[in-house]
Design a protein around this ligand. Structure first.
Ligand code: NAP
Length: 255
């Protein structure tokens, strides 16, 4: 992809949406939903085979992106002349350990990806978002940005920090034409648990056993709705959970 074709290929609305972590789950579903609504979607992730295929399907653009790598973020951002929407979605969890048994590498992965990755992408694309005249930054945090739970401090602390970064911008960007929406999902069935449990599919499947979780499309529809609001309407924070889940620690199964 070259700089000019991102600008010139913008489709029905002429608007460009960047989705990080678009190779699976919520990011892939969001890319589809925004393309359906007329955005030219630029998909970023490390698994380029997947984003190449999805970009071909939705008429978008795919580019390698590792949000933990400053050079990769700089290369990615450098090809974009126009950005109307940034969806900071790349992220996830590693492990479920007590603080006493915390794996420092897991913590570093979660903080680098969710927090510093969001910071890098936001800094890199903010000038273009402001220049668009009606920019939108959506950050996918979690109910883990609002609550804590045992064995989850690596993830909940990273998601709290990501949420604080995002909410701080809401004040700092007052007076600029940029809206900010934080999306806080509860359980969504994606590859999230597979990543958290290092590829252990049985353990990952058990997370959703006996209840009906949200799907990636459920979350993507909310993000697309947010983007469809007029410029003066800012949806600050949206919390969405399955009916079977009251909070991060309480859910009902086999009912
Ligand atoms: P997922 O299916 O595992 O998707 C995670 C995405 O993040 C993948 O596309 C992955 O792409 C990308 N990613 C990971 N590390 C990256 C990096 N260094 N650079 C660029 N992309 C990276 O999980 P998901 O549930 O859709 O997660 C999306 C977001 O929702 C995450 O921020 C997650 O914390 C949040 N969330 C999930 C849930 C849930 O229950 N599923 C609930 C609340 C919030 P590559 O591996 O190809 O790079």
């Amino acid at each position: 992809m070259t700089t000019s074709n991102v600008q010139h290929a913008a489709n029905a609305t002429g608007k460009v949406a960047v989705v990080t972590g678009a190779s699976s789950g919520i990011g892939a579903a969001t890319a589809r939903a925004l393309a359906r609504d007329g955005y030219l979607v630029v998909l970023g992730a490390r698994r380029t085979d997947r984003i190449d295929a999805l970009a071909a399907e939705i008429g978008g653009r795919a580019m390698y992106l590792d949000v933990t790598d400053p050079a990769s973020v700089e290369r990615f951002a450098g090809t974009l002349e126009r950005v109307d929407v940034l969806v900071n979605n790349a992220g996830g969890a590693k492990g479920l350990a007590t603080v006493a048994e915390a794996d420092l590498d897991d913590w570093r992965w979660m903080w680098e990806t969710n927090v510093v990755g969001t910071l890098r992408m936001t800094k890199a694309l903010l000038p273009a978002l402001i220049a668009s005249g009606d920019g939108l930054i959506v950050t996918v945090t979690s109910i883990a940005a609002l609550e804590v739970y045992d064995n989850g401090a690596g993830y909940t602390s990273a998601k709290h920090a990501q949420g604080v970064l995002h909410r701080t911008l809401r004040g700092e960007l007052l007076g600029t034409p940029v809206r900010l929406t934080e999306i806080c999902p509860g359980m969504v069935e994606t590859e999230f648990s597979l990543v958290r449990f290092d590829g252990d599919a049985e353990r990952a499947d058990a997370v959703y056993d006996g209840l009906t979780p949200l799907s990636a499309d459920d979350v993507a529809e909310v993000i697309a709705f947010t983007a469809s609001r007029p410029p003066h309407v800012n949806l600050d924070q949206i919390v969405l959970k399955p009916r079977d889940q009251a909070d991060a620690r309480r859910n009902v199964r086999n009912r």
